[in-house]
Design a protein around this ligand. Structure first.
Ligand code: HGY
Ligand code: MN
Ligand code: MN
Length: 417
């Protein structure tokens, strides 16, 4: 297996965009927890990454198409009907790594280049998509571009979604000059997403490739706790309506319910409160207001429902004299991958002789909405120590190359159908 320098060079270059110190990192040992990648959708750093990608496409003879959601598409037209699409996202979480999403987009483009350079005669049209705002790190909604592309969120509603600075999606994408004036013509018959595992399983099981069976179900709730702001010195304990104390109850309850669900259903159920803001957030003021997001996930619908029920009953319990408002930001059942696409991936892995295993995905992906309109599958490669959504996220370039070759083989297998 040749270690293709081109994709390695590109991943190292793009990995410096949005990194605090702008360093080009070429090995795991060079990573620092204090030096992550931050490229939220619609920001200047998102633009810089998009510009880097579109320049790469143009330099190689492609003409990128940008749709009304800022999704970027490059295409090799086929002679027969049907679209095979490969895709992922270029945006990142705040203070994250350089592989989540980006590895999939740049590797999918590398596959397109290899098909073109080898003179491969594709029957179906083959497309690479870079979807906008998968992470939800700028806007209060994840998987923006793929939800727009599939019609899961109507255009006008999606365009009006605001980011954390209060700017709506349409204005933010116009500002970075990535808002097209039409939708991409056509929907994929087959969709493949190549992605890092973001968990410890492949490394633990010593497997080179993961063939995804399903993607976790998810329920994200946005919660506001309204208490009474006051003086931390003069206000007696029995007179307080402390918003942060009530929020602490809820956080502990989310953790407890997820552990209960994992034990009760013997599966991978998780609950997290990773985003919280306290107002006014000073040591000598009783917190009057807390806003936070609750992220519940499970590979099975019944355990997700168990957690959601428990959390909502806690949110609706009157305590501490505070008022709680909540909305459900996203709610999606587990997404089952297409057996036909899984088979195309499996036969590609076998012909390459790599070790592999079938596995669920605990992370969400653009494949979730896309799998509702097409036959979809995902290819995973190992994450060192299972780390992701952290500056220490890393995948060896030999693994990147292996997954890329599996992707190319799977595309060719689907093209034969
Ligand atoms: O949150 C997720 O699982 C994905 O990385 N956006
Ligand atoms: Mn991702
Ligand atoms: Mn992610």
């Amino acid at each position: 297996m040749e270690d293709n320098d081109r994709i390695k060079k590109i991943l190292i270059e793009q990995g410096s965009i949005g990194r605090e110190n702008g360093k080009k990192i070429s090995s795991y040992g060079e990573l620092s927890i204090n030096d992550g990648v931050t490229r939220p959708a619609g920001t200047d750093l998102d633009k810089k990454t998009r510009d880097y990608y579109t320049e790469l496409c143009k330099k190689n003879g492609f003409d990128p198409f940008v749709d009304v959601f800022g999704n970027i598409f490059v295409t090799i037209e086929g002679t027969d009907p049907g679209i095979i699409m490969m895709g992922s996202h270029l945006d990142s979480v705040v203070h994250g790594g350089m592989f989540d999403g980006a590895m999939g987009v740049f590797s999918s483009f590398e596959v397109l280049l290899r098909l073109k350079e080898s003179g491969y005669k594709n029957r179906k049209t083959i497309v690479v998509a870079a979807f906008t705002g998968e992470e939800g790190s700028a806007f209060h909604q994840p998987m923006l571009g793929s939800n727009g592309f599939t019609g899961n969120i109507p255009k006008e509603k999606l365009w009006a979604i605001k980011n954390r600075d209060g700017m709506d999606f349409k204005s933010a994408m116009q500002r970075i000059e990535y808002l097209g004036d039409s939708e991409f013509p056509g929907k994929p018959e087959y969709y493949l997403e190549y992605h890092i595992e973001q968990g410890p399983v492949l490394e633990e099981k010593k497997k080179q490739i993961g063939i995804v069976t399903s993607i976790t179900g998810q329920c994200v709730l946005s919660v506001e706790v309204h208490g009474t702001q006051g003086h931390s010195g003069t206000t007696p304990m029995e007179m307080r309506n402390d918003a942060l104390v009530r929020a602490a109850d809820i956080i502990a309850m989310v953790d407890r319910t997820a552990r209960e669900a994992s034990a009760k259903y013997k599966n991978h159920s998780v609950g997290t409160v990773g985003e919280l803001s306290v107002d006014p957030g000073r040591f000598n003021v009783i917190p009057g207001y807390v806003s936070m997001k609750i992220d519940l996930r499970s590979e099975h619908g019944d355990s997700l429902a168990y957690m959601k029920k428990g959390v909502i009953s806690e949110l609706e319990t009157k305590k501490n004299g505070v008022k709680i408002d909540y909305t459900i930001v996203t709610e999606v059942e587990p997404s089952i991958m297409s057996p036909e696409v899984m088979e195309a991936i499996r036969s590609s892995v076998k012909s390459l002789g790599f070790s592999y295993m079938d596995m669920p995905s605990g992370a969400g992906h653009d494949t979730i909405p896309i799998s509702k309109i097409s036959k979809a599958g995902m290819i995973f490669v190992p994450s060192i120590k299972g780390l992701s959504h952290t500056p220490l996220e890393w995948t060896d370039f030999e693994d990147v190359e292996r997954g890329l070759e599996v992707l190319e083989g799977a595309v060719k297998n689907l093209d034969k159908i």
